[in-house]
Design a protein around this ligand. Structure first.
Ligand code: HPA
Ligand code: ZN
Length: 335
């Protein structure tokens, strides 16, 4: 079973590139760019990764991102993540980035996008990993800042497929960004949003109704609303669930109490993702291991996570069909 999971072809749909900054690269970039960080060693950094909720994580996550200055830094960050994808047999990944985390510090939008994009292209040609890039607005910032960020994306529409919404959920309702999302949709961007991670199930309704998103990031608190679960099943609205993240940020007390397997068996299109793997203790395969160690599952069910992610992805129908065949063949050979 361990081997089956390790080599299972995977698709990742919820990954913040800033959350892949491993302490080793953080220390290297801090030195190279002469940026002060409060950690002297990898062990010291890891010791600080003891979170009690989303906000306590976000404080450390934004601080870590301060070492990213030049295009080459964003390239190296993204390339390191893609090498991890290769290890985990991730065939396609949809990567989030938070432009405001960098532009607020005086880093140019173009520097960020160009560095990430250059690595994604190299990932396709050299590693055979396809990818899409999604720009997230920080929900703790105001609408004006989001509009400004959307304007900066106009000259990069060839590189950015969609917009998302992340950062502090509680106290920052989706409605604050309704006009920004409407404009983004008019401009041809696809939309996703974090909802129902720390916030209640009603936030998932708001993301669907106000922001017109086609999939929900996290969404695990849908369990509080049976009618919503039915709606997610009948409309086949995917959830990009992040199991290790949810335990680290105490959305659930233990993996045994996590609802991902219950949701899968109810017919919700749930997927497994790593969110911020450098901070939450694992990449894709680790997340699959964590779920399957806590919940007894057969191979067909485990492969369903990959099939769901293919369905939920922003690739073409023909590429989806190709990937489905890869999964089916893998299952046929390994049953
Ligand atoms: N939730 C909200 N904002 C985030 C997350 C998350 O899980 N990861 C990075 N930014
Ligand atoms: Zn996230």
């Amino acid at each position: 079973m361990k081997e089956f999971i390790q080599y299972l072809p995977k698709v990742e749909l919820h990954l913040h590139i800033e959350g892949t900054l491993e302490p080793e690269l953080m220390l290297k970039l801090a030195k190279r760019n002469n940026i002060h960080i409060p950690f002297k060693s990898i062990a010291e950094a890891k010791d600080a990764y003891n979170f009690h909720n989303l906000q306590s994580f976000l404080d450390i996550y934004f601080q870590g991102a301060e070492v990213l200055i030049n295009e080459q830094d964003f390239f190296e960050l993204t390339w390191a993540y893609l090498l991890r994808c290769k290890d985990d047999n991730v065939l396609h990944t949809e990567v989030f980035f938070d432009p405001q985390t960098h532009t607020e510090r005086g880093i140019c939008f173009d520097t960020v996008v160009n560095g990430i994009h250059r690595a994604l292209i190299k990932g396709t040609t050299e590693l055979g990993i396809s990818s899409k890039l999604i720009m997230c607005f920080l929900r703790h910032l105001d609408e004006e800042s989001a509009f400004k960020t959307l304007a900066q994306a106009q000259s990069h529409k060839d590189k950015i497929i969609g917009v998302g919404l992340d950062s502090t959920e509680i106290g920052h309702p989706a409605g604050k960004f309704e006009r920004v999302f409407i404009q983004a949709i008019e401009q041809g961007f696809l939309t996703v949003a974090h909802a129902g991670e720390e916030g209640p199930a009603s936030n998932i309704h708001d993301a669907l109704n106000l922001l017109k998103v086609t999939r929900i990031d996290h969404g695990v608190r849908c369990s509080e609303d049976e009618a919503l679960i039915k709606h997610l099943v009948t409309e086949r609205i995917p959830l990009t669930v992040c199991p290790l993240s949810n335990i680290k940020l105490k959305v659930f007390n233990s993996m045994e109490q996590h609802n991902i397997v219950t949701l899968l068996r109810k017919g919700v299109c749930v997927t497994i993702n790593s969110d911020d793997p450098a901070y939450f203790g694992g990449y894709m395969t680790d997340n699959f291991f964590a779920v399957t160690n806590a919940h007894s599952m057969n191979k067909t069910e485990i492969a369903q996570f990959s099939l769901n992610a293919i369905y939920a992805s922003f690739i073409s129908d023909s590429k989806k069909e190709q990937l489905r065949i890869v999964i089916q063949k893998y299952l046929d050979v390994h049953q």
